[in-house]
Design a protein around this ligand. Sequence first.
Ligand code: CA
Ligand code: CA
Length: 677
Amino acid sequence: MLVPVFTLKLSHKILPRMVALGRYDGTHPCLAAATQAGKVFIHNPHARGQRTSTNRMVQSNQDSDISLLNINQAISCLASGVLNPQLGYDCLLVGTQTNLLAYDVYNNSDLFYREVTGDNVRSLALCDFDGDGKTELLVGSDDFDIRVFKQDEIVAEMSETETVTALNPMCGSRFGYALSNGTVGVYEKTNRYWRIKSKNQAISIHAFDLNSDGVSELITGWSNGKVDARNDRTGEVIFKDNFASSIAGVVEGDYRMDGSNQLICCSVDGEIRGYLPGGEEMKGNLMDTSAEQDMIRELSQKKQNLLLELRNYEESAKAELNTKKIDGQRGMIPANTQLQTALLVNLGSDNRSAHVELCISTTNDTIIRAVLIFAEGIFEGESHVVHPSPQNLSGCIRVPLTPAKDVPVDLHIKAFVGYRNSTQFHVFELTRQLPRFSMYALSSPDSSAEPLSFVNFTMNERPQRIIMWLNQSFLLPEDVEFQSVPFQVCFTSLRNAGQLCIKIKPGGEISINTDDIDLAGDIIQSMTSFLAIEDLQVEADFPAYFEELRKVLVKVDEHHAVNQRLTADMAEHSRLIRSMLLQAEDARCQGDMKIMKTHYIELYDLNRDLINQYKIRCNNHTELLNNLKAVNQAIQRAGQLRVGRPKAQVISACRDAIRSNNFHTLFRIMRVGAAPS
Ligand code: CA
Ligand code: CA
């Protein structure tokens, strides 16, 4: 069994996800970790009594090999790496909600300290996604997407079902990911190899070759203190260990300085364990014997169940032979019994209860005892069980579905079929795909309700192929048949009753009318992907949305102005405080307590003003961030309306327009696209 090669118990608690390993002197690997109260501790087991107590860094009173760095602000991010190759050693990067500090640990000095504006990015990784030898940037965001950037251009997007909290490059174009709902998995380019979902949180993921087969495993540190290593191709667990408290971080480094890297796992209680990859003698078998025995127990249980099932079949067959009669109690159902599924739109009694309905039914007098459905991102906990009470048993079960996002979802269905008095049931298993735009009900065209917002484009494509896409992507009572241009089809959203019209006009012109800019983007992306169209330029107008954006841009300007004024005020206040402090101290030295007191009272008032101003500045900053986020989102949305090069051009031209503060140009680009530069 693989056991740690070292274990340390540090007397400091560690914040989850805030662990970094670096060679801050260019030679000795040190662990840096953020702790409560705005401090970073640096554990340097190789320090030989070099006590430093200047600037930010102070020596810990308890441990001689720990230094503490004062940040005085809640720490939200920690990383290390080479910032300046000429220095020849790693620097430490500390992120807080408002600032980024680059710190030279070796010289105990700030390299720089910057105010930063945050975004909704939750995870980043560099990975050679397209295999051209250069790395692309992977970005995981709060809006559940993994985006791949090649320079300024998004080259791929994968939709997940929750906030993407971690990304980690593995071998080649493979990378690991973690979601906030306890999912971890591995992608190869845009294809997901595997994923698993736990009820615990995946705190940290890391790629490390633990069984020495030349391929990295995905190592996950969990909130319940578990660490597991999974095969990158299959997700099979090849090693696991348990800590007494939640994992805070998983890193790697040569902590023993013996020439080989260890996998280093840290818990929030300050327990550190280092593991060397399993040697040849272990033959990749890293689990202890008790884990093997667990496996054997599990397999014999499975064997028992299968034997039981086999006996049931045999007895049923015997009974059938003997009596030539179907014995419902034994779970026998007619051989021609089929399980049928249908998906349809149910408009409900009012707008709020409209939903997609999954109907599961048998083809004869058998009943469905229970249904299990597994589907990603539709049910809480990803599974749903319908188990009617005995008096409500029938041959048909209806399950309401309300997907929150327009993504195609596979419904994995298991139905238990038998008779009312059956004690055993036949299990039917099947998979149905919920079309991407199932939450839109076909409605009759009504020109008075037609949305003002639209996207127009021309495609050199036969209308029949567009109708094929339509039939595949929506839940229609029956397939739409193409007759002639002009052709029009209208839908109503089950979520908010919004209208959607898709028109095919003569000359290959297509227009999509909807006030939902996200829906317009999704439709264009879905349609062009179905038709294998690589580049698409469009003309668009979303008057209401653009008006909202205009207001946001005005607010951004205001917030910038307020920020500048407050910064100037604060500098002035600081100057006053310094001079007042000097005057007060002068008075004290001269023994004039009355004047000293007056100055200190003034100082007190000024300090209170300063603190109040700081609060205003913080609020202003938060609002500014939210508004900038909305602007960035608008640019992404304008991009989503286009495909390929026109999409990249629109995004970069919009960013240029924002940089040069040219709102007129910005809206023109969002409407008609960007001229190729
Ligand atoms: Ca590449
Ligand atoms: Ca391996």
